[in-house]
Write a protein that binds this ligand. Structure first.
Ligand SMILES: N[C@@H](CCC(=O)N[C@@H](CS)C(=O)NCC(=O)O)C(=O)O
Length: 214
């Protein structure tokens, strides 16, 4: 079995797939494609032109959620999706909450203004940054604080795709210098510290930090 994950490691969606691979103990090659002006050949593999895309034994599969669900079937151990139907649905919902809401409305604007623009030596749009950090982000953190309750993991008492998908974009916030206020959101802050210290996340966070300008 040969796997290749295509996409720059700073993408929360690429990180999501890489963490899943690490948790499953699966080896893969990594091609860190940047998703701007992608070559036409890449669109043959990922028709929306987005990262990540997985190559498995010569076949291409786009989209982090699709990739993760597929790899779960290819390599079921250790299981990273709940089996109980309600828990399964909750895990998928939290994955969508992260991918479709939190990333789009809070993480991406902050990361783009603070990190991407710095990489391209552009001036940040302070109003966009402030809106995302001070207006959008708190609502997402309030929701998460309620979901964590007293649990170690988000769903079903064990580490799942929900934890991978939710914790991944918080790494981007860390890179952007935005941390969770532990006084206001104590459960989220402790939860993230716990999840980000897993070897799967820790190794990638260190690799990414080394790639960013100081
Ligand atoms: N639903 C997709 C979202 C992927 C996505 O939006 N990736 C971004 C990078 S973080 C991208 O490729 N953007 C380039 C574009 O939208 O053209 C997934 O989960 O893989």
């Amino acid at each position: 079995m040969s796997f290749k994950i295509i996409g720059n490691g700073l993408s929360p969606f690429v990180r999501k797939t890489r963490v899943l691979f690490a948790e499953k103990g699966l080896a893969y090659d990594h091609e860190p494609l940047i998703p701007f002006n992608v070559p036409p050949e890449y669109k043959q593999k990922s028709p929306l032109g987005k990262i990540p895309c997985l190559e498995h034994d010569g076949r291409a599969l786009p989209d982090s959620s699709v990739i993760c669900a597929y790899v779960e079937k290819v390599q079921p151990q250790p299981p990273l999706y709940p089996t109980e139907p309600w828990d399964y649905a909750q895990a998928l919902w939290l994955e969508e909450w992260a991918d479709g809401g939190f990333v789009a409305n809070a993480m991406a604007p902050i990361f783009q203004e603070r990190v991407i623009k710095k990489l391209f030596r552009q001036e940040p749009d302070e109003e966009r940054l402030t809106n995302a950090r001070d207006k959008a982000l708190p609502g997402y953190l309030d929701y998460l604080e309620g979901r964590i309750d007293d649990q170690t993991y988000l769903v079903g008492g064990r580490f799942t795709i929900a934890d991978i998908a939710v914790a991944s974009p918080f790494v981007n916030l860390m890179h952007a210098g935005v941390t969770v206020d532990a006084k206001r959101w104590p459960k989220v802050a402790a939860y993230l510290e716990r999840i980000h210290s897993r070897p799967s996340f820790k190794a990638l966070i260190e690799e990414e930090r080394a790639s960013l300008p100081k």
